[in-house]
Design a protein around this ligand. Structure first.
Ligand SMILES: [Zn+2]
Length: 84
């Protein structure tokens, strides 16, 4: 009976860090071309000086996947601007 000599893939990757900002992306479509952004909150400084990263929520109009999470500094939805 053979023994496993290499680590299984699930032992190589740690748990997904939900707090890590990431760019919006549809894994189902392998692109961000179909994403419609419903909400975007720019990064802001909380009372106490802590910086809270920008957040967005979106829907993929191609496959219907929805997502919402923090995004890296500098990212904002395409064509985003502040309404007066
Ligand atoms: Zn999609």
């Amino acid at each position: 009976m053979p023994f496993l000599t290499s680590p299984r893939p699930e032992q190589l990757t740690g748990p997904i860090r939900l707090a890590a900002p990431q760019r919006p992306f549809c894994e189902g479509c392998d692109t961000d071309d179909f994403l419609i952004f419903e909400e975007y909150v720019p990064s802001r400084v909380l009372p106490g000086g802590q910086v809270r990263p920008a957040e967005t929520s979106y829907t993929c109009i191609e496959c219907g996947q929805v997502g919402g999470h923090s995004v890296p500094a500098g990212w904002e939805p395409p064509g985003w601007f502040w309404y007066a």
